[in-house]
Design a protein around this ligand. Structure first.
Ligand code: GLN
Length: 454
């Protein structure tokens, strides 16, 4: 098998299914074929395979900048934006000799849970094309589930890797905050954003994280912590593992089928020698409210740079202020505008203490809830999302219902701990995701449990 074979396979699969799935915003076929050829030549001239990811076809979420390749964040405002440099994760994948197949669709600026907020098109769930693939990394999850690429990168601010992974029946990891460099990830909410891998198997996922993780001087929040050999944690042995199951994660709002499936998974883990007990994360009920204040506040500041002058689309009419206003009004979609307004309001003087500051205090309490539980348990387990993939159009006109989709993933981002979603069987023909949450920088244990269970 050559790299050229793999890349051919990727594009022929894309030709077959892309008209139904619509996962990609850009394809980089010419460059990919050239690189495949170069990698094949390199390998025939040296006898050993250079690394576990050598020649693998990858798709990149379109909020991760790629040199010379259009990077839109699925926003009309950045329709023509061609970055002049690569994100650190893209550089690291290049060093691992992967082949970029294209850029993947998402909710505009990663704001959403269904991909319906893309400024260009709606990606569909390969399991049922009338359903959403989840969001915001919907293209990343759907492309892997549909076999268009071997793996992809997504970003997760409040669940955007894990929820689409759950909906599409693939494996999605949100690493510890600081584990992976955010340099070159277009910022949504800088204190929450993390890049992570979406794959078919836990093993693949561990190898990809090994390749992209690690300290980076270009991201001041990147942690100077050694990168473990995650792939070596996949021993299959979870005897004596202590699992906590938060009662808030199995409560009302979580559908019966999903709860049933999670209980089944816990039985499987028990049969492998683990034990589980119910615990409480008492402040998780405030997580969604705190998240939407914090994330929107940070977004309102981060998105101020899109003024129609420096990047993307410019609507030049009237004076400079008019140009700013018109470019932003026409460039941003509804949801992005809603977040900017909410965030600007929460940060405004007179309201700051009541909203932003309070939300930050709640965030601390949520983090403490996790720390408390992790004193006695190795991992926390629950569903990734309260339901399986919903129908396209079902929630899009009701933002609050849409926001509630993230209720089980958001607390993890607020705390900063790592969490994976692994497929846990089907409910009425649709995939259910099991969420495994770990201690700070303990992705190894998360992978070990996920792999044993898989
Ligand atoms: N769905 C959440 C939001 O809309 C999370 C998005 C994300 O993780 N990027 O903010």
């Amino acid at each position: 098998l050559t790299v050229t074979d793999l890349v051919n396979e990727s594009y022929s699969r894309i030709n077959q299914v892309e008209s139904k799935v619509d996962a990609f915003l850009s394809l980089t076929e010419e460059a990919a074929r050239k690189k495949a050829k170069a990698l094949d030549e390199k390998i025939s001239s040296s006898s050993r395979l250079e690394g576990p990811l050598y020649g693998l076809p990858v798709g990149i979420k379109d909020n991760i900048v790629t040199k010379g390749i259009r990077t839109t964040c699925a926003s009309k405002l950045l329709e023509n934006f061609e970055p002049i440099h690569n994100a650190t994760v893209v550089e690291r994948l290049n060093e691992a000799n992967t082949v970029t197949i294209g850029k993947l669709n998402m909710d505009e600026f990663a704001m959403g849970s269904s991909n319906e907020n893309s400024g260009f098109k709606v990606t569909r769930n390969p399991w049922d094309i009338d359903r959403v693939p989840g969001g915001s990394s919907g293209g990343s999850a759907a492309s892997v589930a549909a076999g268009e690429v071997l793996f992809s990168l997504g970003s997760d601010t409040g669940g955007s890797i894990r929820e689409p992974a759950a909906f599409c029946g693939v494996v999605g990891m949100k690493p510890t905050y600081g584990r992976v460099s955010r340099f070159g990830l277009v910022a949504f909410a800088s204190s929450l954003d993390q890049i992570g891998p979406i794959t078919r198997t836990v093993e693949d996922n561990a190898y990809v994280l090994e390749a992209i993780a690690g300290h980076d001087q270009r991201d001041s929040t990147s942690a100077n912590v050694e990168v473990d050999k995650f792939s070596e944690a996949l021993t299959g042995d979870i005897k004596g593992l202590r699992i906590a199951v938060p009662k808030e994660y199995m409560a009302e709002g979580v559908s019966d089928e999903v709860r049933e499936q999670v209980l089944q998974s816990l039985k499987t883990l028990e049969s492998l020698g683990a034990t589980w007990e119910e615990v409480s994360l008492p402040h998780s009920k405030y997580a969604t409210a705190a998240y939407y204040l914090i994330a929107s506040s940070e977004a309102s500041a981060n998105l101020a740079r899109f003024d129609g002058i420096r990047y993307g689309v410019r609507v030049e009419e009237g004076n400079l202020i008019e140009t700013y206003k018109k470019s932003r009004s026409q460039g941003f979609g509804e949801e992005v505008k809603r977040r900017i307004m909410l965030g600007t309001f929460a940060l405004s003087s007179g309201y700051y203490d009541a909203y932003y500051k309070k939300a930050q205090q709640v965030r601390t309490l949520i983090k403490r809830d996790f720390e408390e539980v992790f004193k006695d348990y190795d991992v926390i387990i629950g569903p990734t999302a309260p339901t399986t993939a919903f129908k396209i159009g079902e929630k899009i006109n009701d933002p609050l219902t849409m926001y509630a989709t993230d209720i089980l993933t958001i607390p993890v981002n607020l705390a900063g701990v790592p969490a994976i979603s692994v497929p846990s069987g089907l409910a009425e023909g649709l995939p259910v995701g099991l969420q495994i949450i770990g201690k700070f920088f303990d992705e190894s244990t998360v992978y070990r449990v996920a792999h044993a269970f898989e």
